[in-house]
Design a protein around this ligand. Structure first.
Ligand SMILES: [Cu+2]
Length: 69
């Protein structure tokens, strides 16, 4: 498993944290490690998904996400 941290803008409350967390959990090959307002840290299987795809999943939820590392 690899790790990635996403920097996320547009999150403001616990609902946002839950929405981002659930969206990432739904991705095959992803284990959510930490989600808080402004960022998400995940472990992922690089054979199944890329950090850029994870950022897109968060963007599809209505937030703006970039890969921080
Ligand atoms: Cu919210």
């Amino acid at each position: 498993m690899s790790n990635a941290t996403l920097t996320i803008t547009g999150m403001s409350c616990g609902h946002c944290v839950a929405a981002v967390s659930n969206a990432l959990k739904a991705v095959d090959g992803v284990t959510v490690e930490d989600v808080r307002i402004g960022s998400a840290t995940v472990a992922f299987d690089a054979a199944k998904v890329t950090p850029a795809q994870l950022a897109q999943v968060v963007t599809d939820e209505g937030y703006a996400a970039t890969v921080a590392g």
